[in-house]
Ligand binder design. Structure first.
Ligand SMILES: Cc1cc2nc3c(=O)[nH]c(=O)nc-3n(C[C@H](O)[C@H](O)[C@H](O)COP(=O)(O)OP(=O)(O)OC[C@H]3O[C@@H](n4cnc5c(N)ncnc54)[C@H](O)[C@@H]3O)c2cc1C
Length: 384
């Protein structure tokens, strides 16, 4: 008799890998399918580092509520694999006094009773003389946050998945789906049957979901990752400098930086925006404006970095208009579950996302309020 999986998860980025890990640990017979040979650098989960923080601003305080569990789950994964996945560096939020970005960050820390330190416009340059912000800038320090070692985290989920009996099939892409109580999944190499299908296809959701009759306002954006050389070695070292997240004026001026951890002497500093792109032609788009904007910021505000990047890498965000994730069932195929639109802030919460998608598959009560992540919010929205 043909084998029937409990779940097939399509897409072995961080969300699919975490979901597959949660399923297999809950006794579900699971396959994780990935179109490219692993590891690869074509989607959203590659690279050495991601920021993890408890404070959340405009994206919504409901993410802050999930962060204590995310931190606990990352720790569990570290213990299971014996691999260090997290480095606590603290997070410095910077912006203009009185502007929404800073007030939102403060509110989220307050609302969740999380410790922080405020730095006024005098304290900030005193504590961080290597920064040169406009005089009305203030800072908020969240000591709990830091850096996740993302490529190691991805491998950790996948290896635990395999260890618990999961089937990981890479270099094999989903080609077609025949819906039903038992879904038939056609791939580039064969056909499989499963009671449930989870689609965590990252930026490819912009192409796959319309084929399944779901038209979401998702956009794939190419994001450039820049590394800048210190003029004086050690200035932005992890011993002296935290992760920085800054916004001055509008959200178009949202940048983030990570201390020198990955490549010796190189500070990672990037703009939170980029041009829209077809994920199959990621590099076929002009993103010179992102480089110019980031260079201008570095020249003015980080005087102790060389103002030309030493290394540039690329990655893709999949954004929704409200920056909230999509974690929901297909409206007409109840055993097809979708995880998409992680809007440039999905990595840190991947352990919780995997748990929530697993709960949907297994018809368990959700651990958190899922109303923020529903597909139907787009159909009620005037933004469409
Ligand atoms: C530069 C950058 C910096 C970021 N920084 C942070 C940060 O500091 N903190 C944070 O929390 N988040 C951050 N993020 C966001 C985070 O990395 C993403 O939200 C997360 O990686 C999304 O994972 P995913 O699994 O949804 O997508 P992906 O990693 O893209 O995975 C989807 C997978 O599906 C596969 N796939 C697609 N179609 C098919 C098919 N037909 N058949 C089989 N497989 C298929 C793809 O090949 C891919 O491997 C950042 C993202 C970028 C790009």
């Amino acid at each position: 008799m043909e084998k029937v999986y409990d779940a097939i998860v399509v897409g072995a980025g961080i969300q699919g890998s975490s979901t597959a890990y949660n399923l297999v640990k809950n006794g579900q017979h699971t396959m994780l399918l990935e179109q490219f040979p692993l590891p690869h650098s074509r989607g959203s989960s590659h690279g050495q580092s991601r920021i993890i923080r408890k404070a959340y601003g405009s994206e919504g305080y409901h993410y802050t509520e999930m962060m204590p569990e995310a931190f606990r789950q990352w720790k569990t994964l570290e213990q299971e694999t014996g691999i260090t996945l997290f480095k606590q560096t603290g997070i410095l939020f910077c912006g203009t006094d009185g502007e929404t970005f800073m007030t939102d960050v403060l509110k989220s820390l307050h609302k969740n009773s999380m410790p922080y330190t405020s730095l006024d416009s005098k304290d900030l340059p005193e504590k961080y003389p290597m920064l040169c912000y406009p005089p009305d800038s203030i800072g908020i320090e969240d000591p709990s946050g830091g850096v996740l070692f993302s490529n190691k985290a991805l491998v950790a989920f996948q290896s635990e998945f395999i260890k618990h009996g999961g089937a990981l099939c890479d270099n094999e892409s989903l080609v077609d789906i025949i819906p039903g109580d038992i879904v038939t999944v056609k791939t580039s190499k064969g056909r499989y049957k499963s009671r449930n299908l989870v689609l965590t296809v990252g930026p490819w959701a912009t192409k796959l979901l319309p084929r399944l009759g779901i038209h979401l306002p998702l956009k794939a954006l190419r994001v450039s990752v820049f590394y800048w050389k210190e003029k004086i070695p050690g200035t932005y070292s992890v011993e002296k400098f935290p992760v920085v997240i800054q916004e001055h004026g509008t959200s178009n001026n949202h940048f983030y930086g990570l201390p020198c951890l990955e490549y010796p002497g190189l500070f990672k500093f990037c703009c939170h925006h980029g041009p829209e792109v077809d994920p199959d032609k990621r590099d076929d788009v002009d993103s010179s404006w992102v480089l110019e904007k980031t260079k201008a910021c570095i020249s003015k505000q980080f005087p102790l970095l060389e103002p030309i990047p030493a290394i540039t890498e690329s990655c893709i965000y999949t954004v929704t208009p409200d920056n909230n994730y999509v974690l929901d069932r297909h409206p007409d195929m109840s055993n097809v579950i979708i995880g998409a639109g992680f809007s440039g802030h999905g990595f840190k919460l991947a352990p919780v996302v995997g748990k929530l998608l697993c709960e949907l598959v297994m018809h368990k009560t959700s651990s958190y309020n899922m109303s923020h992540y529903k597909i139907k919010r787009f159909y009620n929205s005037s933004k469409l």
